[in-house]
Design a protein around this ligand. Structure first.
Ligand code: NDP
Length: 444
């Protein structure tokens, strides 16, 4: 068997109960075959892929806190420090009831290549908890965040591991976690990104993942002879990534007609009213079903369905495995020309293959949503300098980073005879730098 097949078999055996992690490893290693086969003997001797697929460290801990009724609740916390070959671990904290070690490992594994693609010195990590912030009071969220950080603070630091937001972790949660870190460690340092502007946050960080997604999508379309202006976009999610993706899409002259949350989705033929969405999601923390109160002509549907709406471009921005094979078939039948992933691994493997086979331009999340972590790294730079850059300065750097990412994956795909396969291109471009650093640093 080839080295890739040997390692895939080993990873499956060792992680049999972690389907999302296996899915991520399978996608990455399969697309790296040309590079690995060219160095098969050396990589095998170095056990390079065995090391790459085993986290450097993973921490699992108890998070007890007291709810508003005086009842003690217990959640589980995780931090997976996957790979620090090119810089301190960097990756978000996910707070969602579905969180388990397999999901955190898949996200941490993807993060290695994503962070490498940004061209910035950041390694891969991810963390989270099965705590659900939805429906909790601010005091309960604070109690959870303080307890979570009381343990996590032993494992992180501005030059060690710098967590950020993800699903369920926004400005409020980052603020509570930062406060507790500072209190326990007596250190005012850039240990978290996504901070508020009054205490070390970066302008444009909130917008960065969504804006970056659109910058990369625009470049991908341009290089393939299309203009984003005038295109119809279906978008899933209604959180941080989705809102700012929709904002930038509208600024670039496209029309976003759908958004979704975990209960249902909206269709607004005239284009989504983002002021309404921001008020619903960022201020009231309400459900999308209330969107009709703002726009009576819009439709609200329970369940899933955004990818069945006719569009030119689809931007899945909610969660993993939300764009299935049947959705891919509908998108192709409806004439969709491009899919770019705002979320992490939102498209299943079979759906990705179907889209690529049918010549839909496909930008994988590890490239398309890298704007968030790239801007987090810019926040780290500003914290180290003890300076703040203007919105325009950060946004301009973000734009350049996303355009560069697109060209590095485009070039990597061409170099290995896979022109237009941006999944392979992203994995190869991200992998080459990490591997180089791992080999240089010896057996660690
Ligand atoms: P948010 O928590 O702000 O929003 C998530 C959105 O997706 C919400 O609308 C949520 O609906 C919906 N959603 C979450 N889980 C599910 C589910 N199981 N089924 C259906 N809908 C769901 O998270 P973000 O916008 O920050 O993150 C979205 C995606 O983007 C994630 O995959 C994340 O890993 C990825 N990402 C985020 C980055 C960032 O900077 N924030 C950076 C790079 C990637 P509801 O509110 O009803 O739960």
């Amino acid at each position: 068997m080839s080295y890739v097949d040997d390692v895939l078999a080993l990873v499956q055996k060792k992680n049999a109960s972690e389907p999302e992690f296996l899915q991520a490893v399978e996608e990455v290693l399969n697309s790296l075959r040309p590079v690995i086969e060219a160095n098969e003997e050396k990589f095998r001797k170095e056990a390079l892929l065995e090391r790459l697929t085993e986290p450097e460290r993973q921490v699992k801990f108890r998070v007890p806190w007291v709810d508003d009724n005086g009842q003690v609740q217990v959640n589980v916390g995780y931090r997976v420090q996957f790979n620090s070959a090119i810089g301190p671990y960097k990756g978000g904290i996910r707070l969602h009831p579905s969180v388990n070690i397999g999901i955190i490992k898949f996200l941490g594994f993807e993060q290695i290549f994503k962070n490498s693609l940004t061209g910035l010195p950041i390694g891969g990590g991810k963390g989270g908890s099965d705590f659900d912030p939805k429906g909790k009071s601010d005091r309960e969220v604070m109690a959870f965040c303080q307890s979570f950080m009381t343990e996590l603070c032993r494992h992180i630091g501005a030059d060690t591991d710098v967590p950020a937001g993800d699903i369920g972790t926004g400005a409020r949660e980052i603020g509570y976690m930062f406060g507790q870190y500072k209190r326990i460690r007596n250190l005012y340092e850039g240990v978290l990104t996504g901070k508020g502007l009054s205490y070390g946050g970066s302008l444009a960080r909130k917008e960065a993942t969504g804006y970056g997604l659109l910058y990369l999508t625009e470049e991908m379309l341009k290089c393939n002879g299309h203009d984003i202006k005038g295109k119809t976009i279906v978008l899933s999610g209604a959180g941080n990534v989705a809102i700012y993706a929709a904002e930038k899409a509208a600024e670039l002259g496209a029309k976003v007609v759908t958004m979704s949350d975990s209960n249902g989705w909206i269709y607004d033929a005239e284009g989504i009213d983002l002021n309404a969405i921001k008020e619903l999601k960022e201020v009231k923390r309400a459900r999308l079903s209330e969107y009709k109160n703002y726009r009576p002509n819009a439709e609200y549907h329970e369940g899933r369905g955004v990818f069945g709406v006719k569009c030119d471009i689809a931007l899945p921005c909610a969660t993993q495995n939300e764009l299935l094979l049947e959705d891919a078939k509908q998108l192709v039948a409806n004439g969709c020309i491009a899919v770019a992933e705002g979320a992490n691994m939102p498209t299943t493997l079979d759906a990705t293959k179907y889209l690529q086979r049918n010549k839909v331009l496909f930008a994988p999340g590890k490239a398309a949503n890298a704007g968030g972590v790239a801007t987090s790294a810019l926040e780290m730079s500003q914290n180290s300098e003890r300076l703040s850059w203007s919105f325009e300065e950060v946004d301009a750097k973000l734009h350049d980073i996303m355009v560069n990412i697109f060209h590095s994956l485009d070039n990597a795909a061409k170099k290995y005879g896979a022109e237009g396969d941006y999944v392979a291109g992203a994995n190869i471009a991200g992998f080459e730098k990490v591997v180089d650093a791992m080999l240089a640093q010896g057996v660690v």
